[in-house]
Design a protein around this ligand. Structure first.
Ligand SMILES: O=C(O)CCC(=O)C(=O)O
Ligand SMILES: [Fe+2]
Length: 281
């Protein structure tokens, strides 16, 4: 079964239905090539400073950076894209009061490596969260094509339907599909979906820009407060500050000095707890 792809004009409910059914969906040209080229121009100099490697888990030939949103305000349009936000609202909204950025970065795949072992983003919580297809979604992953993604240059390998599999089922090679898509497109997958980067057999790198979201009550995979410290976060759109974690989850998670952590990025901080009956801090 190939990965189903839709145009960016597709109805959000139709995109969501495919994502829930298959555990993965491609949204073609979600942002324009020109906008993506501008974004790639911000991260390529940083990638060029990195060594190619990554060991077996990354197929030996990746170059990567994290802290995606510290590399310029142009990057903000990716997580704030209305289709991205609408999918995250619907997938993660039912299992939290607010979702957050979980891990962010850019991964280049250079020629001559190997496939990454198939894995699930949920694996980071093993053995504390056991894979259960009936559990709510905790993680949602977006991979944008910074260059064209092709079968030859290491487009992400994904296993449609594997979000419903038991933990011990392995994917046969014919069950693996590649997210071939033009620059500016995004492939979206659930935290329970098996995937991994592919092998690049060409002589130009494949460049991906990724971020994941998780429910706001879970430990973020990448420490967003160190990745995007307050002084950089202050310059970003307010919604992105919140997604980075500069906001309490509901009332009692993520406070600082007895107040909502939004106070760190705002001139006039919001007070909290004062109106919560029966609580004294
Ligand atoms: O770069 C890719 O295509 C996927 C990378 C990935 O899944 C990971 O690093 O966890
Ligand atoms: Fe992954």
């Amino acid at each position: 079964m190939p990965i189903q792809s839709v145009e960016r004009t597709a109805a959000p409910d139709d995109i969501l239905a495919i994502l829930k059914r298959d555990g993965v969906v491609i949204i073609r040209e979600l942002i324009d090539r020109a906008a993506m080229q501008d974004i790639v121009g911000k991260v390529e100099p940083r990638l060029a400073e990195r060594k190619t490697g990554g060991g077996k888990f990354f197929g030996y030939r990746k170059r990567s950076i994290g802290a995606l949103f510290s590399h310029g305000p142009e990057l903000s349009q990716l997580p704030l894209n209305p289709t991205v936000q609408s999918l995250a609202d619907q997938v993660l909204g039912p299992s939290c009061k607010a979702y957050q950025l979980h891990a962010t970065g850019s991964i280049q795949v250079w020629g001559g490596g190997q496939n990454q072992p198939l894995h699930r983003e949920l694996d980071a919580y093993t053995p504390f969260i056991k894979l259960n297809p009936n559990d709510p979604e905790y993680i949602l992953f977006f991979m944008f094509a910074g260059s064209d993604f092709t079968a030859e240059n290491g487009a992400t390998r994904l296993v449609p339907g594997s979000h419903r599999w038991p933990a011990d089922r392995c994917a046969a090679e014919e069950e693996v599909c590649q997210a071939a898509m033009p620059q500016g497109s995004a492939v979206v997958w659930l935290g329970k979906t098996l995937h991994g980067l592919g092998t690049n057999t060409t002589d130009t790198p494949r460049t991906g820009l990724f971020f994941s979201f998780s429910v706001g009550w879970l430990r973020q995979e990448e420490n967003q407060y160190l990745a995007v410290p307050v002084d950089i976060a202050k310059e970003l759109p307010e919604r992105l500050q919140q997604l980075l974690g500069y906001r309490a989850h509901d009332t009692f998670l993520g406070w600082v000095d007895g107040r909502d952590s939004e106070l760190l990025t705002r001139e006039t901080p919001l007070e909290m707890f004062e109106d919560v009956e029966g609580v004294t801090y």
